[in-house]
Design a protein around this ligand. Structure first.
Ligand code: ACO
Length: 393
């Protein structure tokens, strides 16, 4: 037996928490997920209430500063976001130089990286400067995405409109049309719902990078890389492609059974923290919006909604007892499709919302910073003898 196998005798000491499942690594006052009752709280406020009553601006302020803004604070914050909507011409030039089919979340990452590199952000920024940078990134990221959308389709870019709020302005700059009431509600809800979700992989990535005392921009760029993956923020793209591939609610059951037979994951289902009775509470909120849009728009909007609804039923029937239920990305994907946003943009839309949560978490973590540096259990051999190259087989 090698030395390392001998170490493996002590089961408790040698336990490995794969994927850090069930491990607390931090204390926070930003977001609480009550998996028993199926509720999410931002800074103590029920997410359902926030979606019902608040604008994205109010929620972003709440997450960043820890309290709901009063009228003056909200006005100041919203004005700052509006003023910072303009991006430098060299960033627009950068977008123009990229391949027309570049993946939007990559373009967003590149532009944020370019901007931060140009501004020479380092770890010495003051708290105030970090908040300024945060507001800058929250305001500018949707603009980058809207420019990319227009430029890559050969359309004229649409300039921001100062009288529109954050979510309406994004929709307007993307489509060239002011959203109607339901579209506006849908966009605002997407932004609020995606703004935070405690220590998701991308947020953990952000605080991991932040914990080295690297700068805020670097933490956000790293978080974007994490979010892109289909097991995390990339799932909302896969969901829409899957629903389009299924194409008809009558084909849903066969699709699910085939996936189960092949032991493949069904996108938009399953979640690391929702494995008990209570389902992801964001699903109900987004489903209501998707239904409203479906009934209002009809056609493909209604069709995709019906496929998603049927999929939810069938997956619950076959996998529900295992704790596999719908997650946020199922109906977020549907809503984004109904808003006319192409699936490739979905992870990037997630990112421009979640940037709020990433910033809030990194700034909070810095209040009690400790370098994140876990351990890994070595299971390989020891004491091997070096064999010169010419003697190796
Ligand atoms: N489809 C089918 N079966 C699933 C699914 C799914 N989407 N999700 C989990 N399961 C099954 C697993 O096969 C496993 O079954 P087993 O015990 O028989 O092997 C069991 O449920 C537990 O699943 P794990 O993969 O171990 O759960 P984990 O917590 O590691 O993974 C994850 C969570 C990655 C989200 C997973 O559910 C998944 O891949 N879902 C699809 C991708 C997705 O929608 N991601 C978005 C998540 S939400 C977000 O990040 C914004």
């Amino acid at each position: 037996m090698s030395k390392v196998e001998a170490l493996g005798q002590n089961a408790e000491r040698d336990r490995v928490y794969w994927g850090l499942e069930g491990v607390y690594v931090n204390e926070t006052c930003i977001c609480y997920i009550d998996t028993e009752s199926g509720k999410i709280y931002y800074r103590g406020y029920d997410l359902e209430d926030l979606v019902r009553h608040a604008s994205f601006e109010e929620v972003a302020y709440l997450l960043l500063y820890g309290k709901l803004p009063n009228r003056r604070e909200l006005e100041e914050f919203s004005n700052k976001l509006r003023e910072k909507r303009y991006i430098d011409s060299d960033v627009i030039e950068l977008v123009r130089k990229l391949p027309l089919d570049a993946y939007p979340i990559d373009v967003l990452r590149l532009c944020i990286d370019y901007y931060c590199t140009k501004m020479r952000f380092v770890n010495t920024l003051s708290v105030k400067d970090n908040y300024e940078l945060a507001i800058d990134l929250i305001a500018k990221s949707p603009v980058v995405l809207a420019y990319l959308y227009r430029i890559s389709r050969g359309l004229d870019v649409v300039l921001p409109r100062p009288e529109l709020d954050h979510s309406a302005n994004f929709y307007y700059m993307l489509t060239g049309r002011t959203p109607d009431e339901v579209e506006h509600e849908a966009m605002n809800t997407i932004f609020i719902i995606y703004a935070d979700h405690s220590l998701a992989n991308s947020t953990f990535t952000a605080i991991t990078v932040g914990s080295t005392l690297s700068d805020l921009g670097s933490a956000i760029i790293a978080a974007l890389c994490s979010l892109k993956g289909p097991l995390h923020g990339g799932a909302n793209r896969e969901v829409v492609n899957m629903l389009l591939e299924i194409g008809d609610e009558g084909r849903v059951e066969d699709y699910v059974l085939e996936k189960i037979k092949r032991k493949e994951k069904i996108m938009g289902f399953g979640h690391r923290v929702y494995k008990g009775q209570a389902r992801d509470p964001r699903v109900k909120i987004l489903k209501n919006i998707a239904k409203k849009l479906a009934l209002r728009k009809g056609g493909d909007s209604l069709k995709i909604y019906r496929i998603a609804e049927r999929l939810e039923e069938v997956v619950e029937k076959y996998l529900g007892s295992k704790g596999v239920g719908p997650n946020v990305d199922l109906y977020a994907g549907v809503v984004l499709y109904q808003l006319g946003i192409p699936p490739d943009y979905n992870p990037a839309v997630f990112a421009i919302s979640r940037v709020v949560g990433w910033v809030a978490h990194v700034l909070e973590y810095w209040n009690h910073n400790k370098l994140i540096r876990p351990l890994e259990k070595y299971r390989g051999p020891l004491g091997l003898k070096y064999v010169p190259l010419e003697e190796r087989e």
